[in-house]
Design a protein around this ligand. Sequence first.
Ligand SMILES: Nc1ncnc2c1ncn2[C@@H]1O[C@H](COP(=O)(O)OP(=O)(O)OP(=O)(O)O)[C@@H](O)[C@H]1O
Ligand SMILES: [Mg+2]
Length: 155
Amino acid sequence: MIKKLHSHTAEQTLDLGKQIGQAVSGQFSIALIGDLGAGKTTLVQGLAKGLGVDDSYYITSPTFNIINEYPARNLRLCHLDLYRLGSAEELEYIGFDDMMGPDAVIVVEWPGFLEEILFKFDLEIKFEFNEDYNRIISLFPSGQPGVNLVSKLFL
Ligand SMILES: Nc1ncnc2c1ncn2[C@@H]1O[C@H](COP(=O)(O)OP(=O)(O)OP(=O)(O)O)[C@@H](O)[C@H]1O
Ligand SMILES: [Mg+2]
């Protein structure tokens, strides 16, 4: 099951993220794939809202610190941006293994090195531009948790 939608504004991308956040009820992992400026961090901002992360946190790309973590309901939102990671081995140094856990909602921009070590994502979200420079966002769930979550979204 693949779902595809068009996003004409940042608000629409925020809303998709928010819906995903509201539908998440436990450990979950999301890979965000798309060019610079495609809207990955924007989606994470919506995700944070949907997960109940306090508004006082400002969600930005964790490009320099690589991992940002935010408390959310009974969960933790772990936002990674691996753009500047040099190799899969470096995942150990950034504390990737310690970050995992039954309460971790993991969302990863530039997930290449995690895909390299065959890390399993419940949901892959791809951002593409069409000829009008609008975003086409495709959802690729994998496994039962991913499929269940996508079926709960109003798309
Ligand atoms: N439909 C849309 N969806 C998402 N963002 C949009 C949309 N239309 C315009 N924008 C704007 O495009 C920019 C997207 O930036 P964002 O930081 O989310 O990209 P990114 O994919 O995280 O990039 P990077 O790879 O550099 O981290 C924002 O300034 C946002 O307001
Ligand atoms: Mg970003």
